[in-house]
Design a protein around this ligand. Sequence first.
Ligand SMILES: [Cu+2]
Length: 292
Amino acid sequence: MARSNRRHIFPLALLAAVGASLVVAPAAMAGFISPEHGGSPNADRIHTLYMLTLAVGIVVFVGVEGVLLYTLIKFRARKGAVAAQIHGNTRLEIGWTVGAAVILVVLAVVTFAALPGIRDPENSDASAAALTFPVVAHGEKKVPSDGRSLDIDVTGQQYVWRYRYPDGDDNPSNDAFSYTEMVVPIGVTVTLNIRAIDVAHSWWIPKLGGKMDAIPGYTNYAWFKISKPGVYRGQCAELCGRNHANMVAQVRAVPPDEYTAWIAKQKADIAAANTAVAASHGKLANDPQATP
Ligand SMILES: [Cu+2]
């Protein structure tokens, strides 16, 4: 009797451990089972789809494993037991085939219904409309239905991200730009044109939506809209060389007036740096001792 009790301890302990880990899983696994979210509505919709699929998966898992465990215990080997000879069960087999098909159809319908909300940019908040510019949809590029957004170029290169901010005129050479940290206003829909100039990279700030490849020779598109100020971190998500791990990115969302001030300062700093470079080039050109 004592021996058979001990024999049961291990499987019971294992069951308890699995049960306990399922209970603490949601907290411990946040951002693991489903990507991080909470920064932009498209990221939240991706999260909802993940959780819905996960819930269906858990129901199927518990059902299948439950029947399996029940059967293992109820029909375990006993002295003198004779196995029943069963020749299939048509109703049961049709049932689980149709059941699996119905689950797939439901998941497919829900996914296709949610896709436009993930793919198509929303309109900016009315209060932040002054910071948006007209954008044109073409090919794969989707734009908000009011035809306006803050359209930022994202360029990946070994091993840094560069961002160019539109200012409303047609001259890209006088636009503000920055590296690594992108600054954006809250309440504004930001559409991204994602490119690479050397090898393949991948743009991904998990809380702001799905990842998007940055491929030389192509332009890919993504969008986000942030409602609360904060810093949203990410990292190049495509192995792009030996310093790939250092190719970090972050988006800092600030109130609109702070954004306007930041752009102005960035432009002034860039102009001052260009002037300083031109001056030192001039000095070099006039210095007979300088070696080129
Ligand atoms: Cu990279």
